[in-house]
Write a protein that binds this ligand. Structure first.
Ligand SMILES: [Zn+2]
Length: 218
């Protein structure tokens, strides 16, 4: 079951206007309110919904998913939200609007608001103007959702990827050994529990002497 958590604190001003616009009564003198027909301008809504509608609806959904999948993580720009497994679901609702469900990495992650804005912008560029983004805590995101390709990209970027299957226990028993993403040596030591962002720890390699970040397991 997907719970819908509005992205109030990080809302795009226009998204906020749209939300408020829905609550404003029709005769309210609100010039910022979008026309009520705005949501029917999406390509999905223009597609016939009866004959062949299901097929073209699915094509629209796939196009919308591809657009959302291009959004990069603001903290680790080499990874997309699809690489990270944050992009959970892309659907088209009865009104023809795209609804994107993303999974927060950890509560309070400052990147989520930026990611939601990025998704809205990318979809608008692809022609899906009324897209909505919602957060879901089900399923709970884990670093295990990260694809193998994403782990390789992280390593190439100089960040040691999280181990697979470490589970929540890793929060209390940090990895005993983390391989250096540059030389592969396991002769490494943790310098600090926090690196450039809260989800990374700062390590250094005793073999090649290079410092590096390690993406923590959750
Ligand atoms: Zn090294």
């Amino acid at each position: 079951m997907v719970s819908s958590i509005p992205l109030r604190p990080h809302s795009h001003p226009r998204a906020e206007e749209r939300r408020q616009g829905r609550r404003v009564s029709k005769d309210a003198p609100d010039c910022t309110r979008e026309p009520s027909g705005a949501s029917f301008e999406t390509p999905a809504a223009r597609a016939p919904q009866d004959e062949g509608g299901a097929e073209s609806g699915e094509r629209e959904r796939i196009a919308a998913r591809a657009a959302a999948a291009r959004v990069a993580d603001p903290e680790i720009p080499v990874l997309t939200i699809d690489d990270l497994g944050i992009l959970h679901d892309v659907a088209i609702d009865a009104a023809g609007q795209v609804v994107v469900t993303i999974l927060p990495t950890y509560s309070g992650c400052p990147a989520m608001g930026v990611i939601a804005l990025g998704v809205e912008a990318e979809l608008a560029e692809a022609g899906f103007s009324g897209a909505r983004v919602r957060l879901s805590n089900t399923p709970a995101w884990s670093t295990d959702f990260m694809s193998e390709a994403a782990r390789e990209k992280l390593r190439a970027y100089g960040i040691s990827p999280p181990e697979r299957g470490a589970g929540k226990r890793a929060l209390f028993a940090p990895s005993a050994s983390v391989a250096c993403p540059r030389c592969g040596s396991e002769d490494t030591e943790r310098v600090s529990e926090f690196g450039s962002t809260a989800c990374k720890a700062h390590w250094r390699c005793l073999a090649c002497r290079e410092p590096f970040d390690h993406f923590k397991c959750i």
